[in-house]
Write a protein that binds this ligand. Structure first.
Ligand SMILES: C[S@@+](CC[C@H](N)C(=O)[O-])C[C@H]1O[C@@H](n2cnc3c(N)ncnc32)[C@H](O)[C@@H]1O
Length: 353
């Protein structure tokens, strides 16, 4: 049983992160309105009921995160895991980067990518400044700011939301409980800078972890963070999730966090089909992505503002897409879903034939 002081420390940390995120957004929005009014997104007003619902949903997320750590699904140390000093030293860079973000938004430039990028190396939909971020996903500069930007965007709940994949994942892997844990392979698709792999390592100290992403820069950043982790080093592979460079039935679990909303619908289906192909029969797929209009209509204005403030070309399509139906079309069974704050978690199994 974890001690009550640790619980208090965790709650305090989350409250602090949430206040810092809100303060950052408030100040940066005012600054943008003053300095680059044409670059300010036209957001819709949020009524107080939505704000209250958001707050209580965030509190529930933190409570579940604590409960699952206390039950031993993962270590309570994971709740405090973050490169605080590194983030503090990078924080000024976020402010320095902002004017170029405003300018891109103002000029509606969404394909402003580094010169070294060869477009033939990537699918066309990927060659954009997602979130209006400088260099899209295609530079070390972008990779070095990404984690902190996501922390700020979600008011410090990014990792608690990522950790919601762990319970369904561990449950799904019970199908392989007769196998030594060192022989379980988990593939994290669109692993980015590796934050999800860190959560996976915290819950599965001996599993073989693999991270796949299209961005060499993001994988380099992941490599920096993950090489300090105890246990076997996760394997990082550069490749396209719509044509995964892995053989059929080679992994027991696939996870995929915050990718689907950034894909056009054909690619969304291709990723699910690829996950199905690489999974061993009986294997589990766990997805985490934005909540959708059907499951969280009370947050419709939050979703709308996200789309307006950030360059998210496929988000509108995503929030009304039927992911259950897509999973079933890919061949999955035992499809289940639940929402935690702004994240929807799906789990599904590849049938044993
Ligand atoms: C929003 S980020 C999510 C990263 C990470 N999963 C997380 O939780 O922070 C989306 C990631 O998907 C990657 N990505 C986008 N399209 C991809 C594709 N077709 N194949 C592989 N990775 C892709 C991007 O490079 C980026 O790292």
């Amino acid at each position: 049983m974890a001690d009550p002081l640790t619980r208090l420390a965790y709650q305090t940390l989350q409250t602090g992160k949430s206040l810092m995120g809100l303060a950052h957004k408030e100040v940066s929005t005012r600054l943008m309105e003053a300095l680059a009014p044409d670059g300010s997104p036209r957001t819709v007003p949020m009524d107080p009921k939505t704000m209250v619902a958001l707050r209580s949903s965030m509190d529930r997320l933190v409570a579940i995160d604590w409960e699952q750590a206390e039950r031993g699904l993962y270590s309570t140390a994971l709740l405090f895991d973050a490169p605080w000093l590194d983030w503090a030293s990078r924080y000024p860079l976020i402010w320095l980067d902002m004017p170029s973000t405003w300018k891109r938004r103002q000029e509606r430039r969404v394909r402003d990518l580094p010169e070294h990028v060869d477009p033939s190396d990537y699918p066309d939909y990927y060659l954009q400044n997602f979130h209006h971020q400088t260099d899209g996903y295609l530079s070390d500069h972008s990779a070095s700011l990404y984690d902190l930007q996501v922390e700020i965007l979600f008011n410090g709940t990014a990792d608690p939301m990522r950790r919601r994949i762990l319970a369904p994942l561990l449950q799904g892997l019970e199908a392989f409980s007769g196998r030594p844990s060192g022989q379980i392979r988990v593939l994290d698709v669109a692993t980015g800078t590796g934050r999800t792999l860190r959560q996976l390592r915290g819950a599965m100290p001996r599993a073989q972890l693999i991270g796949l992403d299209l961005s060499a820069a993001y994988l380099r950043q992941a490599n920096r963070w993950l090489s300090a982790l105890p246990g076997e080093l996760p394997q990082l592979v550069q490749g396209n999730a719509t044509a995964m460079p892995f053989g059929e039935a080679t992994v027991q679990a696939v996870t995929c966090v915050f990718l689907l909303h950034e894909l056009p619908r054909e690619a969304r289906q291709d990723v699910l089909q690829e996950a199905y192909r690489v999974l061993e029969p009986g294997g589990v797929l766990v997805l985490a992505d934005s909540v959708q209009l059907a499951d969280s209509p009370q947050f419709a204005s939050v979703m709308e503002n996200f789309r307006r403030a950030f360059h998210e070309p496929f988000y509108r399509d995503y929030i009304s897409d039927d992911i259950d139906q897509r999973l079933s079309a890919a061949g999955f069974e035992a499809i289940a879903a639940e929402s935690h704050f702004m994240t929807r978690i799906w789990s599904a199994r590849k049938p044993v034939r």
